[in-house]
Design a protein around this ligand. Structure first.
Ligand code: NDP
Length: 314
């Protein structure tokens, strides 16, 4: 008998098809009243498939699935999964680390280059006919050789640091603990890193421990010549403080892939030219999303065949 699996939120169509072929799959999103469905059928499910940037696995959902043995999440962020509840009940939690490092690092650089060299803004300038009308476009800021501060030097942070070598950038990083065996200097004080950096890239974990790590004090340390890039989670930045700093030009600009209340983006940011805004697409290439989907399937298959995960989050 195929294991009965609940799907929370929508996933890539190809992944949904494979899941439906391999398992007795039910999509919670198809229920008009999900809570009533869970109250009646929650005990049927041994597996939950979800996504890091979407539904996650919140406390109430885990509690509604009393026979749950495995969660397989599409993505690497764990901030929407109640890991403590899973641990307490011995539920295995699988995720998709590493396979997305390249694309998230590439997106960090896409944002950094764009906001520094003003490429999206210049594109709008050309499309508006302003070049053809004889106007000149202002100057950007140099990326090659500049100072890059990285907040969070985990799997993706290290990939970003290696990319920076190709731009001859001077790299330093901040995290709670120094990382052994890396060539870049650790800066124990986040504000000092911000003061030093021309570009500050945020790629820590999300969740309560990093909530509003980037606050007014850090933004003011970065200063009017400094740029902020966020490819981590919106919660890591005090978004109201960031909006104020940008509107008042207390920092030079920002490149943002993530926001505090997605898909809502503060209206003030839409009116600013020194901000590049992306709809949470840092890992969003065909190749990487396919590799993530495969890892979701591999985690489930390994769990049901051998009781282990390929990539265990906890
Ligand atoms: P890792 O777990 O490998 O790295 C996380 C890093 O954050 C570590 O260096 C850790 O160091 C640091 N960190 C954690 N807490 C703090 C803190 N309070 N202060 C300073 N540094 C901290 O994760 P990954 O590199 O794989 O991924 C990082 C995050 O990127 C994910 O958690 C996810 O939320 C986000 N992400 C976003 C994507 C997007 O689409 N925009 C796509 C993929 C990932 P230490 O513990 O020593 O402090």
């Amino acid at each position: 008998m195929k294991p009965r699996i609940l799907q929370a939120g929508r996933l890539l169509p190809a992944l949904e098809q494979r899941l439906a072929a391999d398992y007795d799959l039910h999509r919670l999103s198809e229920e008009a009243d999900p809570n009533a469905f869970l109250a009646r059928h929650g005990a049927e499910f041994t597996g939950l498939v979800t996504s890091a940037g979407g539904a996650g696995a919140p406390t109430a959902l885990i509690a509604a699935l009393p026979q749950l043995r495995v969660i397989s999440s599409f993505g690497v962020g764990l901030d929407k999964i109640d890991l403590a509840a899973a641990r307490e009940r011995g539920i295995a939690v699988g995720y998709t680390p590493d396979v997305l490092n390249d694309c998230v690092a590439d997106t960090a650089f896409a944002l950094l280059l764009d906001v520094a060299r003003r490429t999206a803004e210049a594109d709008r300038f050309v499309r508006a006919g302003r070049w053809a009308a004889g106007q000149s476009f202002g100057l950007g800021r140099k990326v090659s050789g500049a100072r890059l501060g990285i907040v969070g030097l985990g799997r993706i942070g290290q990939t970003i640091a290696r990319r920076a070598g190709g731009f001859d950038m001077d790299v330093r990083y901040h995290s709670r603990r120094p990382v052994a065996g890396v060539p870049w200097p650790h800066e124990p004080a986040l504000r000092e890193l911000a003061r030093w950096a021309d570009y500050l890239v945020i790629i820590t974990a999300g969740g309560v421990e990093t909530r509003h790590l980037i606050d007014t004090a850090v933004l003011d340390a970065l200063g009017p010549r400094g740029f902020l890039i966020n490819v981590a989670r919106g919660s890591v930045i005090d978004e109201a403080a960031l909006v104020r700093a940008l509107v008042e030009r207390r920092i030079a600009g920002a490149g943002l892939d993530v926001f505090e209340r997605e898909p809502q983006v503060p209206a003030e940011l839409l009116a600013l030219d020194n901000v590049v805004l992306l709809p949470h697409i840092a890992s969003g290439t065909e190749e990487t999303r396919q590799a993530m989907a495969q890892r979701v399937l591999d985690n489930l298959a390994a769990f049901f065949a051998e009781g282990r995960l390929v990539s265990a989050a906890a």
